[in-house]
Design a protein around this ligand. Sequence first.
Ligand code: ADP
Ligand code: ZN
Length: 440
Amino acid sequence: MKAPKTHNILSPEYECMSRDAIRQLQGERLRKVVKREYDNVPIYRERMDAKGIKPEDIKGVEDLRYLPFTNKTDLRDEFPFGLLAAPKSEIVRIQGSSGTTGKPIVSGYTQNDVDVWTEMVARALVAAGGTKEDIVQVCYGYGLFTGGLGAHQGATKIGAMTVPMSSGNTQRQIMMMKELGSTMLCCTPSYATYLGETIRDMGIDPKKELKLKSGCFGAEPWSEEMRGKIEELLDIDACDIYGLTEIAGPGVAFECLEKKGMHINEDHVIPEIIDPVTEEQLPYGTAGELVFTTITKEGMPMLRYRTHDICVINAEPCACGRTTVRMGRITGRTDDMMVIRGVNVFPSQIESVIVSVKGVAPFYMIIVDRVNYTDTLEIQVELDGENFSDTVSDLEKIRNEIAEKIKSVVGISAKITLVNAKSLPRSEGKAKRVIDNRKI
Ligand code: ADP
Ligand code: ZN
């Protein structure tokens, strides 16, 4: 059952402010956070001193560009507490990055930071149609990873019945989903696909036997085509939710039921898009690297944090009534980008092709190697168990269709290997879909 297209808004006083009012609020909060960083965090003071900037020089959002950037390496170098801007005794929570790319990093939260983060996720759930009548099944992992606790806190805040399943144990998840009548789902999009597949394998008809209506899916890149697949498999509305540990966790930005980009919680963060090479600000509407400055965080605020995520920001008003700017899908991380035979390739481009082809399942693996000094790209794609056809000509047709589309979308040719249904690894959290043997 799809969610009725409601446009409930949890905090219209912030989510629907005029653009002028948002900018003014951001300016006020920015001035405070810059002073806090300068007074409490040695590396920010050193970097601002080196640039000859004093906190008083930052008068509003237009002065953001004079501030130094923060990088993931700073979090590693200052691990664990070097970037705290509040006394350690004020920190009530530590969360850490899942370490998708490299060593883990941690962030410290004051009670107020936890409350702000909770509010952000609650806004997201409300935007996806959530109310206190809902039963929210959280199957993001609980622990240092922000997904589980983040979704949990948000669901509790809206008064929903919150089911802290954490990730894994898929058959049990589905049994609970059915017996409790869960109406909303929070997990990674790759786990949502796996759940959808297992539901079918167990002979359950989601339309008749489940009560799911919508879900907030994030923590990893996914394509518009994958959204279609998840909505079909689970018979729900699938909304995108974005976040990162360094800034808060999930809920930094979220989609409403219009599903046309994620509203950024601009009363808590200021987004910028920059050219990752020149580090210059780019205008809205241009793809570039997303950079965030937190303006309400106390424990570990971040000035101009470089996310390495690539997207476009759109400032057009949304039909839902929110006035906050929206970020488009993350098309990739700069550190996920593969350069194959000189061409920039993002896994999400490959995903969008595979999920649009009939006869294959939404599970794939990308294998990059180097043979005789030349890069090779192989894409393993699973055949769809239900629509399985093993006539040689059908398989050949599927292979050719994928190969041609990859060539036209990505710009390079790839070897397409069709593999048996259910033979590729399934993901319960963030999917790992690239094996790059060139780095070894
Ligand atoms: P890690 O860097 O270990 O993955 P996090 O768990 O904090 O750490 O994950 C944050 C990152 O996850 C983001 O920077 C982004 O690359 C990715 N991410 C989170 N939500 C989304 C989303 N909705 N779409 C695409 N990527 C996302
Ligand atoms: Zn909207």
